[in-house]
Write a protein that binds this ligand. Structure first.
Ligand code: ZN
Ligand code: ZN
Length: 363
């Protein structure tokens, strides 16, 4: 929806306000590529760090510089700047790894742009440089991951942040068919982690207090317990043959869910903290030392992990758009954020007219 080389972009203003502004369609420079946006996800971190606060932070990794929001972009290449590898061609379908790194620090060299050390070279799309809630996005070619057929653009958008994060957590715990996994918090990331852990061969259980999210997880084949039930710990122990899970992935960020995970975990279990914010208090000796637990923190994923995720989703025939409950246009961004903020939805996506139509017809 563009006229006279003008595109629309969504800016988040804090205090639950959203604005739609006009921008000139950018021209790709050296090492850059212009994408026509097809799908751009809303993320819990947008709500927590930009949408809800009265004055969003402007500094640091989650500092928001008033740019076009949306850090889960997926689209199609429409123009290519100078000095871009010939592997990228017009019409290629791509996922944007949403953090641009300096390219030369130790973390960038390992493909972990998320942890880039550079104060000036690290910029996240939708936070410090223009993101995906728009008709077009200017990207660095170094940040692109090829979207393989038959994955859809909406699948790609889910991969770009949430599912990549979930995948890295499952890799961190080295999940296999020998494991019984408990995922706490069945929002989009938790649901993704549970679906991936199943494909990696594990027996998987979910834990969630919200009935709608519990039902959505059940519909996707994840047996999910009510986190508010007073007997939930006993039930988990019983379901896992009296031993407790060998892996716990916390995607809730909630103190009581984290504690439950540590309490029900069997000896030598691996615990991965993924859900952001908040705290947890526990007795170190009985819960961690005497049970010989290993606790990991896991933040997003590396770009090579994102590439391997795309490849494995095709192999597993796992199409992550099934965690998506609502699709809106750029111009409906206000409605999209209000719904997502209410907690009464699954994953919410802003998509092109064409991609929204395909998604609706596929339901
Ligand atoms: Zn995100
Ligand atoms: Zn770097």
């Amino acid at each position: 929806m563009t006229t006279d080389n003008i595109m629309s972009g969504v800016v988040i203003k804090g205090s639950r306000r959203v604005a739609i502004q006009d921008y000139p369609i950018p021209v790709p420079g050296v090492g850059e590529v212009l994408l026509e946006m097809q799908a751009s996800g809303l993320c819990g971190s947008d709500l927590r760090a930009i949408y809800r606060p009265e004055n969003p932070k402007s500094e640091g990794a989650e500092g928001y510089r008033g740019v076009i929001a949306g850090h889960e972009p997926c689209g199609k290449i429409v123009a290519i700047g100078q000095n871009v590898s010939p592997e990228w061609k017009v019409n290629d379908r791509v996922v944007v790894y949403h953090i641009h790194g300096c390219g030369s620090c130790r973390e960038c060299r390992a493909g972990r742009f998320i942890s880039c050390h550079s104060e000036t070279g690290r910029e996240a799309y939708g936070w410090q440089r223009n993101g995906g809630h728009s008709d077009y996005i200017l990207t660095s070619a170094a940040d692109l991951v090829r979207l393989l057929e038959p994955l859809s653009y909406i699948d790609g958008s889910v991969i770009a942040c949430g599912l990549g994060t979930a995948y890295a957590a499952t890799l961190r715990a080295q999940i296999s068919g020998l494991d019984t996994v408990l995922v706490t918090g069945m929002g989009p990331v938790g649901l993704g982690a549970a679906l991936l852990a199943q494909k990696e061969g594990a027996n998987v259980y979910g834990l969630e207090v919200d009935p709608a999210r519990r039902q959505a997880a059940e519909e996707l084949g994840i047996y999910t317990l009510d986190g508010a039930s007073p007997k939930v710990k006993e039930t988990i122990i019983e379901l896992t043959g009296g031993y407790g899970p060998s892996v716990v992935i916390d995607c809730s960020g909630h103190p009581s869910a984290r504690l439950t995970g540590l309490e029900v975990a069997r000896e030598w279990a691996r615990i991965v903290f993924v859900g952001e914010g908040g705290s947890v208090t526990f007795d170190v000796s009985p819960l961690v030392i005497h049970k010989s637990l290993t606790i990991y923190g896991s933040w997003v994923c590396s770009i090579s992990q994102m590439e391997s995720l795309v490849e494995n989703l095709v192999k597993w025939k796992l199409f992550p758009e099934k965690v998506v409950s609502h699709v809106f246009s750029v111009h409906e961004a206000e409605k999209a954020y209000a719904l997502f903020d209410s907690g009464k939805s699954g994953k919410v996506i802003i998509a092109s007219e064409e991609e929204a139509k395909r998604w609706k017809e596929s339901k």
